[in-house]
Design a protein around this ligand. Structure first.
Ligand code: FPP
Length: 245
């Protein structure tokens, strides 16, 4: 990456490949998730050091409930352990923790840790770590549509004003900026129901690296890829970069 060029303010990552990482080593899948948590710690720190302001991680999707109960239980255990262990570090390093998704359906212990971490870091503004937990774009849109319709029915939202700017306030991400860069690891090139609307103008970077192996250098490579793109937001090249500049 080039430190003189703009760094994406908001990076969102689909962390994929934990299971394959473990299987390749003859280990149980949960070992891959355990290593994946170490990568969460390292990459969160690296992103902040590189000047990223917000990092969103797809940690558990609404579809992940289809996994074997044992794996779900282990993932929830890892999440709770991470939150318990990380709170001091978040505070010390000035990191705000936020969540998006139906966290109300997560185990009570995880919910309690999340509430505590969100409350105790809410005043920190330099860098935000957003965990997408029990998240799915289609669920998010359906819930937003329901809330929007209720607001119209109650007279709080004028029906004639329907626009993206009004509707987006009902999404889980109402207070968050859109991602500038979306990264997916493990060679898969799908969005898997992640930030479908919010990523409308995002750049995409796909890497074959499995999440437990994803390093600071891999994040720098993703940012370098981003820095090589021209973001036009519907305009022409000449408008974005007028001749002679
Ligand atoms: C994808 O790998 C990973 C997940 C579904 C879970 C990601 C969760 C963590 C890294 C741990 C918990 C998170 C935090 C924030 C502490 P996969 O199992 O789909 O891999 P595979 O495609 O190779 O099977």
């Amino acid at each position: 990456m080039d430190p003189s060029l703009a760094v994406p303010a908001h990076v969102a990552i689909i962390m994929d490949g934990n299971g394959r990482w473990a299987t390749q080593r003859g280990l149980p899948r949960i070992e891959g998730h355990r290593r994946g948590v170490e990568t969460v710690r390292a990459v969160s720190r690296a992103a902040r050091d590189l000047g990223v302001r917000m990092l969103t991680l797809y940690a558990f999707s609404v579809e992940n409930w289809r996994r074997p109960a044992e794996e779900i239980g282990a993932l929830m255990g890892l999440l709770e352990h991470y939150l318990r262990r990380e709170l001091d570090n978040l505070r010390r390093e000035g990191i705000r923790l936020r969540t998006i998704g139906r966290t109300q359906d997560l185990p009570a212990g995880v919910q309690a840790r999340l509430r505590e971490a969100e409350a105790e870091t809410r005043h920190l503004t330099g860098y935000t770590l957003v965990l997408a937990l029990n998240y799915g774009s289609r669920t998010e849109v359906a819930e937003a549509a329901r809330a929007y319709a209720a607001a119209v029915a109650a007279g709080r939202q004028p029906a004639g004003e329907a626009s993206w700017e009004h509707f987006r306030r009902y999404l889980y991400t109402a207070e968050l900026p859109d991602p500038d860069l979306v990264v997916r690891t493990s060679g898969e090139t799908r969005l898997s129901n992640f930030l479908l609307l919010q990523a409308a103008y995002a750049e995409f970077h796909f890497t074959p690296v499995l999440w437990p192996d994803f390093s600071r250098a891999d994040l720098e490579a993703a940012i370098a890829d981003y820095q090589g793109r021209e973001r036009r937001f519907g305009r022409t090249s000449a408008q974005v970069e007028p001749a002679g500049t």
